[in-house]
Design a protein around this ligand. Structure first.
Ligand code: ASP
Length: 288
């Protein structure tokens, strides 16, 4: 564990062409990175930082997570989220979760409970209620654009999956990812996001959060592969991983990677993936 690393928070707002024409995704990521940074400044660890950051983008209707999530082929919400603590290698995830406002908080509750790595569907909902989380009225989470898209009143592409990685002052890393999945998939479909090593992974050397074609990223064990190759350099590992998912598994997308020295890797094969980086000097920069 390094004690020399400067704390840092990196957030992505998902791979989506729609972002190329708007600053909404970058703005959402900036707010999220700032929230993650404030969690660290308040004495929180990397886990607190990624949860705080992901909550902000889950609440942003531009993104496909929490409020603003895409709908299944039946017009329902099925939410996936995962969080992993690099120091302890503990993780928690939910999949096919019915509407709850911040799925990432329930993923954290699964991690803290400690018995399971992933809870799905009705069981995940029952666990959440038992932990004091209140189900949310679906109409409060389904945005007009998502409803119109489902009803065939046009294409209303919006933002996508959200994720964060953080390094705290003790040199600990964490990763978190949250999504509504992919538009119009059949109920029960689960992508890469809640799968440890698929869309989300963290250990003592690096943390990674992915977005994109979930089947491909899952088959590629993309987040794990990226973290395993971080010794190549964070940016090189990120680029190699995204290229590997595309060339070998046929999936487009992107990812963010953070290593124990605070070096960042950001790569995408999709045409846009807004992101933001909050550093210990107080700066927040964003990109696409
Ligand atoms: N990877 C997400 C999923 O498959 C969706 C995305 O990021 O585009 O559920």
């Amino acid at each position: 564990m390094s004690t020399r690393a400067q704390p840092i928070v990196v957030v992505h707002g998902g791979a989506s062409e729609w972002y190329a024409g708007t600053s909404l995704g970058r703005a959402a990521c900036r707010r999220a990175a700032q929230a993650g940074w404030e969690a660290l400044a308040a004495g929180g660890g990397a886990l607190d930082a990624v949860i705080a950051a992901v909550r902000v983008v889950e609440d942003d209707p531009a993104c496909n997570a929490g409020i603003g999530s895409v709908l299944t082929s039946r017009g329902t919400l099925e939410l996936d989220a995962c969080v992993m603590d690099g120091a302890s290698l503990a993780s928690g995830a939910v999949a096919v979760l019915p509407p709850f406002r911040n799925p990432i908080d329930i993923a954290r509750a699964v991690l803290e409970d400690g018995r399971y790595h992933l809870l799905a569907g009705d069981g995940a909902a029952a666990f959440a209620r038992a932990r004091g989380f209140a189900p949310c009225d679906p109409e409060l989470m389904i945005t007009p654009d998502r409803r119109a898209e489902f009803e065939g009143r046009g294409s209303f592409e919006r933002g996508n999956t959200v994720g964060a990685v953080a390094l705290d002052a003790n040199g600990n890393l964490a990763a978190a990812t949250s999504t509504g999945g992919m538009t119009g998939t059949i109920p029960g479909r689960v992508g890469d996001v809640p799968l440890v090593g698929g869309g989300t992974y963290a250990d003592e050397h690096a943390a990674c959060s992915c977005t994109g074609d979930g089947e491909a990223f899952a088959r590629a064990c993309a987040a794990f592969w990226t973290v395993e190759h971080v010794a190549d350099g964070a940016q090189a590992a990120a680029e190699r991983s995204v290229a590997r998912v595309l060339e070998r598994y046929g999936g487009y997308g992107g990812l963010i990677l953070l290593d124990e020295a605070g070096d960042v890797g950001i790569a995408r094969s999709a045409s846009a993936m807004p992101h933001a980086i909050a550093r210990s000097d107080g700066s927040v920069i964003d990109g696409e």
